[in-house]
Design a protein around this ligand. Structure first.
Ligand SMILES: NC(=O)C1=CN([C@@H]2O[C@H](COP(=O)(O)OP(=O)(O)OC[C@H]3O[C@@H](n4cnc5c(N)ncnc54)[C@H](OP(=O)(O)O)[C@@H]3O)[C@@H](O)[C@H]2O)C=CC1
Ligand SMILES: C[C@H]1O[C@H](OP(=O)(O)OP(=O)(O)OC[C@H]2O[C@@H](n3cnc4c(=O)[nH]c(N)nc43)[C@H](O)[C@@H]2O)[C@@H](O)[C@@H](O)C1=O
Length: 314
């Protein structure tokens, strides 16, 4: 991408979109186009087509989506399917109509079958049934992948798809009902410590395994792949290491300094037992993540405290 290129970051206020914008600016790209969802509802096809006609971006990072953790996915099933289908269909089709030089679609590790062999290779896609709690979101993401493939096949569009693992970092979502596990645990342990509670409830059995990548590492990977990857096939983006939810909770407990007990609420779903990504394709391109989990949790916790805790009255 040349430094004067017009780069549209869809979802710039989100955890991933804001990280991509940070990285673009740090790398000298200053022609970045952004819109909030109230300025441009990406589910509205006409509004998207007018936006592209006016702004004519050269590159698109498609990081806008309806996103949430296991409870949100399992509760707002229609919204996770409809919103994500509409957002991706509108942007991908309009990017083709306006001859965008290159588009990157962000999928997710949940697209792979619930019980696929581990670690998950990109060619395991559509080889088995999906995890029920996030099937709508996964189906939408798979449709996005197939749109990029089909527009490449029929119209020679340079649209690539990347599959991030579970993410965390600056500007994460800390709503206890809709967030992912890591931000939820950071908030729960912090508030338990501040309130003097002697226990923190962890959803599920604690036995599922999850892989976690710091969002700024993902952003680095996205810029690297936007510059260097032009293939039809998916690319997994992760660390290649996973941890049990129980071990993760104990790590967050240690970082936040909470000294009480963990209580596991097995009435809550575990979801996919494991979804470790095979990241050999990514590593073969020369890219590797930098931030390890303990350090990343410390960085995310500091960000949480700066943005979410009311300063004590002086
Ligand atoms: N977080 C994670 O663990 C993972 C995320 N991903 C993928 O990464 C991408 C970004 O996720 P993340 O940053 O965590 O999500 P966030 O929820 O933090 O951000 C999502 C963004 O999408 C925008 N958006 C949502 N609906 C609309 C709409 N109708 N019109 C316009 N904009 C909309 C929001 O805009 P606004 O703020 O203006 O309302 C928001 O900025 C998504 O594609 C997600 O599927 C993949 C794997 C894991
Ligand atoms: C990125 C990925 O994210 C989602 O899939 P998920 O990884 O299953 O989601 P999660 O992070 O919410 O849970 C991971 C595990 O953690 C356990 N857990 C414990 N305690 C809390 C807790 O307090 N909150 C949450 N949310 N989970 C908790 C929870 O029970 C589960 O076993 C989908 O969006 C999916 O589509 C997707 O792409």
């Amino acid at each position: 991408m040349n430094k004067e290129a017009k780069i549209y970051v869809a979802g710039h206020r989100g955890m991933v979109g804001s990280a991509i914008c940070r990285r673009l600016k740090a790398n000298g790209y200053n022609n970045i186009i952004i819109r909030t969802s109230s300025e441009l509802d990406l589910r509205n096809q006409q509004a998207v087509q007018e936006f592209f006609a006016n702004e004519r971006p050269d590159y698109v990072f498609l990081a806008a989506a309806k996103v949430g953790g296991i409870h949100a996915n399992n509760t707002f099933r229609a919204e996770f399917l409809y919103d994500n289908l509409m957002i991706e269909a509108n942007i991908i089709h309009t990017a083709y109509l306006h001859q965008v030089t290159k588009l990157m679609f962000l999928g997710s590790s949940c697209i792979y079958p619930k019980l696929a062999p581990q670690p998950l290779r990109e060619d395991y896609l559509l080889t088995g049934p999906l995890e029920q709690t996030n099937e709508p979101y996964a189906i939408a993401k798979i449709a996005g992948i197939k749109l990029c493939e089909a527009y490449r096949d029929q119209y020679s569009c340079n649209f690539i798809s990347v599959m991030p693992t579970n993410l965390y970092g600056y500007n994460d979502n800390y709503d206890l009902n809709n967030s992912h596990v890591l931000p939820a645990l950071i908030r729960k342990f912090h508030e338990a410590k501040e309130n003097g509670s002697n226990e923190v409830v962890v959803w599920g059995t604690g036995s599922p395994m999850r892989e976690f990548l710091f969002a700024d590492d993902l952003a680095d990977a996205c810029l690297y792949l936007m510059e260097n990857y032009n293939e039809r096939e998916l690319v997994n983006i992760g660390t290649g290491e996973d941890i049990s939810i129980k071990e993760l909770a104990l790590l967050v407990k240690e970082v936040t300094g909470f000294e009480g007990e963990l209580v596991f609420d097995s009435t809550k779903p575990d979801g996919t037992p494991r979804k470790l990504m095979d990241v050999s394709k990514l590593h073969n391109t020369g890219f590797k993540h930098k931030v390890e989990l303990r350090e990343g949790i410390k960085l995310a916790y500091e960000d949480f405290k700066q943005k979410h805790t009311v300063p004590a009255l002086s």
